[in-house]
Design a protein around this ligand. Sequence first.
Ligand code: NDP
Length: 245
Amino acid sequence: TNDPINSKVVIITGASSGLGEATARRLADRGAKLVLAARREDRLKSLAEELTAKGADVLWQVTDVTDRHQVEKLAAAARKTFGRIDVLINNAGLMPLAPLDALKVDEWEQMIDVNIKGVLYGIAAVLPTMREQHSGHVINLSSVAGHKVFAGGAVYCATKYAVKALSEGLRMEAGDEIRSTNISPGAIATELTSTITDPNAAEAAKELYKVAIDADAVARAIVYAIEQPHDVDINEIILRPTAQE
Ligand code: NDP
């Protein structure tokens, strides 16, 4: 087919739920070769089986993005199975919101490890291959929280501002070989709020997420960035529920 997405090799981290899963479904429909990664084996396996049954080419590999070597192995598996890496979607992330006063230092470290270091490990794992191919596309999940700081979200926002900086830095260094896209969603109904342990922050999130929209809205935005011709780089997409403040 002439579909620009057909046969593209796409790695998705955090593919076991939410935005990653919704994006995998959209891309499978378009004939992409998928490499699905996350920690939960049962979820990855059942998604892979479902998409394979529909005729998609799917590889899945249990991967903790906080472990650099596991991320390297993921990229190596993609290359070994499909011969190349066209797109990396750095999507794995968590959002345990809490005021700084709550001193949830372990959660701060977890957010930095997954949301920032995980993204960097992903870039490190695919960049040499994309340079060798003289083509590639890195899509990072930042957030509206990467554009606007809110109380209770200092550390989460810091990680998403960092992701935005990495997307832009990569774009500026990548020349005409590698496309860089920063995706910044507002409230989307996924499992993301389940990582909140602070009761007040959980209550506030519940209120905000009353207007949340379906994960497929973000999947469609990601598909739009990928389906552009190579000389068009969609740098940034911000999307919110129409009803979000
Ligand atoms: P989910 O909680 O549904 O999905 C998060 C995914 O990340 C899961 O698949 C989870 O899989 C994976 N993950 C978490 N930790 C790790 C890890 N250490 N290694 C590998 N995978 C990991 O939330 P969303 O789909 O909403 O989140 C996806 C991204 O979108 C995140 O980066 C989030 O910050 C961002 N985002 C979400 C918004 C929203 O409102 N939902 C708004 C703006 C941005 P597993 O547990 O199996 O490892």
